[in-house]
Design a protein around this ligand. Structure first.
Ligand code: ADP
Ligand code: ZN
Length: 619
């Protein structure tokens, strides 16, 4: 097939027929053409950018027989993917779309495995997903020979950054993929990743032995995501504010320790949320159940440790909260990027404190991983968190793009949720002075009380109500004062340490500031629980022409998903149901015109949705 206009037209038609999409997303066409032309490629696209389609479409559209080694075969696309859950997800999705796809990994029993092998032998399989262990692990030579005989059309390596030690997710078994080039001569290799770094990209090219690859790097901006950063205050209160914007919507909360994961999940359940914990300490079957519950929408919120949260995914995740800073912006990008993969508005909230970075340094040091590189990554993360400029801009520039717009309209800074207070240095001096007056031996709660002028029992018994700093900030709220103190800790003016209760002390910089040397900036988080901030995500996601019809359609979707044993979003995304509720199609043909409704889906269960719409209309 050449890459002329007709091939593109044919692709576009297939896109509509099979998936129900109107057009390509940026770079998809180029990436697909590279595959069709058998030219090696590296495709870097953000999470949710639509990488899977780049290897799925050519596997289905290209009907020219494969050249090696048995003639006349249609062959198959070989997809290497590290995650069992994502493999299953994609294969389920393809099957619902009427595509012959299969996967091979450790989750299959021997009869299932035999069935897949037979479908390959008989040339019935169009896409085969395999784990790297299975493909290039120990004793896999025979398997590769078998595959070679079945006629691989091309090889796609998903999550290709795992091959690089510079990536944030290095997996040793990925290194072995280098042998694919010699074991599958003449088969083009296509690497896909959401990690943009130049060095990682070079590593991928080198390790996979790509020849003159086409390199495609997409834009990393995710305009549908609203980014917010909060200094950690009272975590439960902060989470409540986020959750209030997302009634019954899917979300992920990342924590840094198992203990915190457990505690938060329990608290959420107590608050009436459908939440589960997810971390490496859970028994396999419990973890698998929690993951399934999330996939199948029986659960809304997963509280996970970052190290283990990679398999937690769902296209309609409406919020991702980090209760603690990750160790790099690459991690942050990847983890927060799980929000809004369906393209609808979603929110990413980073709740951090200065001590997160200290903890990371200690932990990396203990593991002998505190390299110069790791330090730089941490500093960049810290800069993002404490910076006071557009978050979209910061992220995009960090990943090497230029930012052309002035404001994004979708971050705490551009939404004016962070107000720099006018007399910050004066306020800071009042606080520092109070810390000095209480002899640098009290914690944040007590210092706050003194500044607020509270005559608590402790304040009175210590005689601190007689200090000159008593009540100096009495016009402020306690959250605000705490916030200021935490900012001073984060900026290094105050130290907060000590056992068993951390106490506040002045640092050298703090002492200097107190003496009149230097200036500082303090921000007030202007995030009321509802109102303005609720606006953005809610307005767009919640503005349904007919919430009731949407709910009915969701029920239909759930029923079909249960019958077929797949997660609901494999049937249709929320985006599709919303459009259905709005346009209320009456015929199968109308239905096929809706985003995400491929011909096969329309035929297999379109009628059930049409019925629901009809019934709703009559009422
Ligand atoms: P990635 O692997 O890059 O994170 P996916 O391949 O999972 O992203 O795609 C993200 C979402 O975008 C999926 O829900 C997919 O159905 C949708 N999608 C992909 N390509 C298109 C397209 N051309 N038009 C509309 N939606 C698309
Ligand atoms: Zn912005």
């Amino acid at each position: 097939m050449d890459s002329s206009g007709s091939a593109v037209a044919e692709l576009r038609a297939a896109l509509h027929r099979i998936w129900g999409y109107a057009d390509f997303r940026p770079l998809q066409r180029e990436a697909i053409e590279a595959v069709l032309e058998r030219r090696d490629s590296v495709v870097v696209m953000p999470t949710g950018g639509g990488k899977s389609l780049c290897f799925q479409a050519p596997a289905l559209v290209d009907a020219t027989p494969v050249s090696t080694p048995v003639s006349g075969r249609r062959g198959f696309a070989l997809v290497v993917s590290p995650l069992i859950s994502l493999m299953k997800d994609q294969v389920d999705g393809l099957r619902v779309d009427g595509v012959d796809a299969a996967y091979l990994n450790s989750s299959l029993d021997s009869s299932e495995r035999d069935a897949v092998m037979a479908s390959l032998r008989e040339d019935r399989c169009r896409l085969l997903y395999v784990s790297p262990e299975r493909l290039v692990g120990e004793g896999s030579q025979g398997f590769r020979r078998f595959l070679q005989q079945c006629g691989p059309r091309f090889i796609a390596v998903d999550e290709a950054h795992c091959i690089s030690q510079w990536g944030h997710d290095f997996r040793p078994e990925y290194r072995q993929l280098g042998r694919l080039r010699q074991d599958f001569p003449g088969v083009s290799l296509h690497a896909f990743t959401a990690t943009a770094g130049e060095r990682v990209r070079r590593d991928i090219v080198q390790e996979l032995r790509l020849e003159n690859p086409l390199i495609l790097v997409g834009s990393f901006d995710r305009p549908n995501l609203t980014y917010r950063v909060l200094r950690r205050g009272i975590l439960h209160a902060q989470l409540k504010q986020v959750l209030a914007r997302h009634d019954d919507e899917a979300g992920i909360i990342y924590c840094s320790s198992r203990r915190e994961v457990e505690a938060l999940a329990e608290w959420l359940v107590g608050e009436g949320h459908r939440a589960v914990p997810y971390h490496a300490g859970l028994a396999d079957e419990v973890r698998a159940r929690h993951q399934d519950d999330f996939f199948d929408e029986r659960v809304d919120v997963v509280v996970a440790t970052v190290a283990f949260g990679m398999g937690i995914d769902r296209s309609n995740v409406r919020f991702v909260v980090h209760a603690g800073a990750p160790r790099s912006l690459e991690h942050y990008q990847q983890e927060s990027g799980r929000a809004g993969r369906d393209g609808l508005p979603a929110e990413c909230v980073l709740i951090y404190s200065g001590s997160d970075f200290l903890r990371w340094r200690q932990m990396l040091e203990a593991n002998g991983e505190l390299t110069e590189g790791a330090r730089t990554l941490l500093r960049d993360m810290e800069r993002y968190a404490s910076s006071t400029r557009c978050r979209h801009r910061s992220l995009v520039e960090y990943f090497g793009e230029t930012w052309a717009r002035s404001e994004c309209g979708a971050c705490d800074w551009c939404l004016r949720e962070l107000d720099a207070i006018a007399d910050a240095t004066t306020v800071a001096r009042k606080i520092l002075s109070c810390v000095a007056r209480v002899k640098q031996s009290w914690g944040i709660g007590h210092v706050t009380d003194v500044l607020l002028g509270k005559t608590s029992e402790k304040v009175v018994t210590t005689g601190h109500h007689e200090l000159s700093t008593f009540g100096l900030l009495k016009h402020e709220s306690s959250h605000a004062v705490r916030g200021f103190i935490e900012q001073l800790v984060a900026e290094g003016h105050l130290l907060r340490d000590g056992e068993p209760y951390p106490v506040l002390r002045l640092s050298t910089a703090g002492t200097a500031l107190l003496k009149g040397d230097g200036e500082c900036v303090l921000y007030r988080e202007a995030t009321p629980p509802s109102s303005r901030t609720r606006g953005r995500t809610r307005a767009a996601v919640g503005q349904l022409a007919d919430p009731e019809l949407f709910e009915r359609l969701r029920e239909v979707r759930l029923r079909i998903a249960r019958e077929r044993g797949v997660p609901p979003y494999v049937i249709f995304h929320d985006t599709t149901l919303r459009e259905m509720a709005e346009r209320r199609p009456a015929t199968l043909n109308d239905l096929h015109g809706i985003y995400g409704v491929g011909i096969r889906k329309a035929e297999s269960f379109g009628d059930e949705f049409l019925d629901a719409i009809r019934t709703f209309r009559r009422q």
